[in-house]
Design a protein around this ligand. Structure first.
Ligand SMILES: *[C@@H]1O[C@H](CO)[C@@H](O)[C@H](O)[C@H]1NC(C)=O
Ligand SMILES: *[C@@H]1O[C@H](CO)[C@@H](O)[C@H](O)[C@H]1NC(C)=O
Ligand SMILES: *[C@@H]1O[C@H](CO)[C@@H](O)[C@H](O)[C@H]1NC(C)=O
Ligand SMILES: *[C@@H]1O[C@H](CO)[C@@H](O)[C@H](O)[C@H]1NC(C)=O
Ligand SMILES: *[C@@H]1O[C@H](CO)[C@@H](O)[C@H](O)[C@H]1NC(C)=O
Ligand SMILES: *[C@@H]1O[C@H](CO)[C@@H](O)[C@H](O)[C@H]1NC(C)=O
Ligand SMILES: *[C@@H]1O[C@H](CO)[C@@H](O)[C@H](O)[C@H]1NC(C)=O
Ligand SMILES: *[C@@H]1O[C@H](CO)[C@@H](O)[C@H](O)[C@H]1NC(C)=O
Ligand SMILES: *[C@@H]1O[C@H](CO)[C@@H](O)[C@H](O)[C@H]1NC(C)=O
Length: 892
């Protein structure tokens, strides 16, 4: 049978515009015409895609045009290009949405733009990793590189790299946002290997394809072509992969009716990992005694049995784990009962590529970018500062640690024509070991922050115009031998006690001044700017509060006078209960609901309404602090997914908190069956609880200023009310992140084993991502109903257990078996994907809560859609099935 080859050549000129079949906009598209004049912006008539110039995304390279003869074969966006005769690596920096999945396409049409007729070969990098080698074989053919990639930063850098085989250039860059739940891999990004519209004689892209995938047509000489006309997209029942109706309307069958339909290819490297997506739809009218049924066999292993494509319903079959080998053979074999041969409408094959190198630590990247712009550094500083290793920026050195982002350890800007002061942004390179600013024209004083670096061993400031006193801390470090300090040939610099008599007076004056200023400057290690920000924020918050209070006053006419302090106390006052009130409310502590670390919780009633009263054990000093923290917090926060505070009692040793009563206890009780009226949650109900909890968490992080870290997210702290709406409880351990600028709080390790962020455990650094980790663990519990730590011969954490099964693609083993398969597989995969991202050991890889909420909602809507369609035989939803996990015929 026909051997498939990679036809990754976009014959854009051959595109034929078919009738517009789907209303759609270009939201989520970024379409860049490289080399176009700075303000260029135009719409391609063939596709309707709007392109803009690359001018504001890069400031190197030169604009060129392809030779005019070729222009008529190509759309306008291919006519110009940007060429990079200078520099080893030149980079585009394009803003995108972090955590989103993108189809990224880069186009290269040489078109003899330089009149040399010499075909170049060069590399393309994506961020810190090599992406591909562009090898132009034919100057009149547009070579397209395509990748499906999830962005880990809020920008992506695409770099053209000179490898000594010709000048790099680029013609176009196109980014298309995909939904995150399609093209899911075990690891890595996906490079397009083949995308074929079977049985067609023309290629399609946008607007036929809403994701602008280019479907090319292949060599199909031994296959029979079939086609049907689909008048509108509505006639086709779609699935999440959204194959274009026009692509699905053609198909092939083997020309010999009894022979199998074979798709085979031979990878260049047998360890390459491939993912296959097959698209099926019945397009023939079948007679009453006609059937089309076939088995799908991969290298002799049956992957799917008795598959029967459905009429006008697009079905995508894909492999959730990769295939590899020296030859990969997929064979579609007719079953005995089948009267018709197998059929296939479209096919995609992707090759997984790993991008193992993480980008430079963001704080370092930001700092060095600032330094570059402040001093106007003219070096070839492009792309990621530290990676790949052999493209390290000239004058830097970095430390590389497998798991973590590279950190800048050396900054050498000697003899670089720097002028002005020593800039405070240098202080942010907190891992610096060597700093060389010698032989420049730097002036001003030596800032104190230079003595604050923990690891600095070499500081060279020779041959500048620095003046004033050398900070004593630096001199001391140098005397102790922990720092090699060079300050020679700065004519106006002096060390304490060695300055000449005339200057002595001034020095004294300055010293006195310094004595006042220095402590502050020193403790914040030069980040004076941060201090100002903090002040501004506090001031803004105060202002806002004040305004809110005034409104309240106008409306309720209470509290004619108040001071700044009342700010907090005023709303509290309404909800204070005396100890005798508490006794009445709880009927003398008649009913105990539970015992916590800091006291006992009782059932109470205020005007018939049930409440939960948490009394603090009087001995607990820590508890008292928690109590205060919790009161302060709960007064500030209000959200439907956070347990709300009704009031509190604070009479000497009698301290209590009164909450709304959560009638159905906590999530853990139900999952484990320990609740007296245990409810078994369906998949949909589980997702609703997860969404509720995520919304509560998101509010704490994004709705509160400053944000709040809960610190003890666990399934026993997710409470359920009468309607089983979930709310986060127990803020006793919560910590407020003190400033908007700071991202973490160092604190004593607290929390619950199994839920605790391993990174926090080691570093004592508490961040919002610590809560994300704990939330991920809860999500895994919801999905699997397994204990957080599985105790057997050795203890296994739930996240490791799930990850091992994910690698096997074994979703059925992951999901709580009591659900008995009653769920949408894609919905579960999505939830598992979110959860495993949340429990990533590297906190940078964990998603932000707002993304978690969106993703969980998507997962929920998949499940809801499945249920809606179930039981109504007329509205089958288009399906996408997972080859490796759906061995059983007609599962569901
Ligand atoms: C395709 O068909 C032709 C005859 O029509 C035959 O000679 C050739 O071997 C076939 N190719 C393959 C790969 O089966
Ligand atoms: C594309 O550009 C045209 C003209 O500049 C504009 O009218 C149209 O709304 C744009 N289309 C989209 C989808 O942005
Ligand atoms: C990209 O985002 C950064 C930070 O938000 C912003 O400063 C910059 O102007 C943006 N660049 C473009 C080209 O929009
Ligand atoms: C390059 O491709 C064009 C268009 O397919 C073709 O006409 C031409 O012969 C090719 N040139 C070479 C050198 O292969
Ligand atoms: C059709 O395929 C069957 C099974 O592979 C084979 O036995 C038969 O010879 C083929 N017929 C022709 C005409 O090639
Ligand atoms: C269905 O099968 C019967 C008996 O096998 C045959 O006579 C008839 O022609 C078939 N009909 C079609 C539409 O193939
Ligand atoms: C073939 O079809 C018949 C009738 O529909 C059915 O009884 C039989 O089990 C089928 N055979 C196989 C192998 O599926
Ligand atoms: C960079 O640092 C590494 C060790 O971290 C060292 O081996 C290497 O020689 C350094 N490179 C330069 C140019 O200083
Ligand atoms: C900085 O670079 C210069 C030359 O580029 C070199 O002579 C000097 O030793 C370097 N400084 C350090 C601290 O490595």
């Amino acid at each position: 049978m026909g051997m498939l080859r990679c036809f990754l050549v976009g014959f854009v000129g051959a595109l034929v515009l078919a009738a517009l079949i789907q209303a759609q906009d270009q939201s989520g598209f970024i379409s860049i015409d490289c080399g176009a004049t700075a303000d260029a912006s135009f719409t391609e008539s063939k596709t309707g895609i709007n392109y803009t110039s690359d001018a504001n995304l890069i400031n190197t390279g030169v604009s060129m045009s392809i030779e005019s003869d070729l222009k008529k074969q190509y759309q306008r966006y291919m006519w110009t290009l940007r060429s990079f005769p200078e520099g080893k690596r030149n980079c585009y920096k394009i803003n995108i949405t972090r955590g989103s999945k993108y189809l990224i396409k880069t186009g290269f049409l040489y078109g003899n733009y330089d009149g040399l007729n010499k075909l170049p070969k060069f590399d393309v990098h994506l961020g810190a990793n090599r992406w591909s080698t562009v090898n132009i074989n034919n100057g009149s053919i547009n070579e397209v590189n395509e990748i499906i990639h999830v962005a880990s930063l809020d920008y992506v850098q695409i770099c053209l790299v000179d490898t000594g085989s010709g000048t790099p250039f680029i013609s176009s860059i196109e980014l298309r946002t995909l939904t995150n739940d399609i093209y899911v891999t075990e690891s890595g990004s996906l490079e397009t290997y083949i995308r074929w519209d079977m049985g067609s004689n023309i290629g399609y892209r946008y607007k036929e394809d809403i994701y602008d995938r280019y479907w090319s047509y292949g060599n199909i000489n031994n296959w029979t072509q079939l086609s049907v006309s689909i008048s509108s997209a509505d006639a086709l029942e779609q699935n999440v992969y959204q194959p274009p109706a026009i692509v699905m309307s053609t198909a092939v069958t083997p020309s010999n009716d009894s022979a199998p339909l074979v798709i085979n290819w031979m990878p260049d490297d047998p360890t390459d990992k491939f993912y296959l997506y097959m698209y099926f739809m019945e397009i023939q009218e079948l007679g009453t005694n006609q059937t089309r049924e076939f088995n799908i066999v991969e290298n002799g292993i049956q992957r799917y049995s008795k598959f029967s494509p459905k009429n006008l319903i697009a079905t995508t079959l894909y492999s959730s784990s990769a295939s590899s080998g020296s030859e990969i053979i997929y064979s579609l074999q007719k079953t005995k009962n089948s009267t018709l041969p197998p059929i296939i409408n479209a096919l995609e094959i992707y090759k997984a590529i790993d991008f193992p190198q993480s980008e430079t630590f963001k704080g370092d990247d930001d700092a060095i970018t600032a330094i570059k712009s402040i001093y106007g550094v003219t070096r070839d500083w492009q792309g990621d500062p530290c990676a790949p290793v052999d493209y390290l920026w000239d004058g830097l050195n970095c430390s590389y640690n497998k798991k973590e982002s590279p950190r800048i350890t050396t900054l050498n800007l000697s003899s670089s024509g720097l002028s002005g002061k020593i800039d405070p942004s240098i202080a942010n390179l907190s891992m610096l070991e060597k700093l060389d600013l010698s032989n420049n024209s730097l002036n001003g004083e030596i800032p104190d922050f230079l003595s604050q670096f923990q690891h600095l061993k070499i500081l060279n400031l020779e041959k500048n115009n620095l003046s004033g006193l050398i900070p004593t801390a630096l001199v001391e470090k140098s005397k102790k031998g922990s720092l090699s300090l060079s300050v020679d040939q700065n004519p106006n610099l002096c060390e304490s006690g060695q300055c000449n008599v005339q200057d002595e007076g001034k020095e004294k004056e300055k010293k006195e001044k310094n004595n006042i200023v220095a402590p502050i400057v020193a403790t914040v290690s030069g980040v004076v700017i941060l201090l100002i920000v903090v002040v501004a924020v506090v001031w803004m918050v105060k202002r806002r509060k004040l305004k809110a209070l005034i409104v309240e006053k106008d409306q309720s006419q209470i509290s004619p006078q108040y001071t700044e302090q009342d700010d907090l106390v005023l709303p509290l006052r309404k909800q204070i209960y005396s100890y005798s009130d508490v006794l009445k409310i709880t009927n003398n502590f008649n009913t105990t609901l539970g015992k916590g670390g800091f006291g006992t919780v009782y059932l109470g009633h205020i005007d018939e309404t049930p409440v939960a009263v948490k009394m603090l054990s009087s001995s607990s000093v820590q508890g008292f602090q928690q109590f205060q923290a919790e009161v302060k917090l709960l007064m500030r926060v209000h959200h439907k997914n956070l347990t709300s505070l009704v009031g509190y009692c604070n009479e000497e040793t009698n301290k209590g908190l009164i909450y709304e009563y959560m009638a159905n206890g906590d999530l853990q009780e139900h999952l484990s069956g320990k609740h007296s009226k245990t409810k078994f949650f369906t998949w949909e109900e589980r997702l609703r609880i997860a969404v509720d909890a995520a919304l509560g968490l998101e509010y704490l992080q994004n709705g509160c200023k400053p944000p709040i870290i809960h610190r003890d997210i666990k399934s026993t702290n997710i409470l359920l009310n009468e309607q089983f709406q979930a709310k986060l409880a127990d803020f006793g351990l919560s910590k407020i992140i003190p400033t908007e600028g700071g991202t973490h709080v160092s604190t004593v390790v607290a929390g619950t084993p199994g839920y605790l962020d391993p990174e926090y455990f080691i570093t004592n650094r508490l961040t919002e991502k610590s809560d994300v980790f704990s939330f991920g663990v809860v999500l895994l519990e919801i999905i699997t109903n397994q204990p957080v730590i599985m105790r057997g011969e050795e203890s296994i954490h739930i996240s490791d257990w799930v990850k091992s099964l994910v690698l096997k693609g074994d979703i059925k083993a992951i999901v709580d078996s009591r659900l008995e398969g009653d769920y949408d597989t894609n919905s579960v995969w999505k939830a598992v994907e979110i959860a495993t991202e949340c429990v990533s050991p590297n906190m940078n890889r964990r998603p932000v809560t707002s993304v978690i909420v969106i993703e969980l909602k998507e997962s929920l809507s998949m499940e809801v859609a499945r249920k809606k369609h179930r039981g109504n035989p007329l509205t089958h939803s288009g399906v996408s099935m997972n080859l490796n996990t759906e061995f059983i015929p007609h599962a569901r």
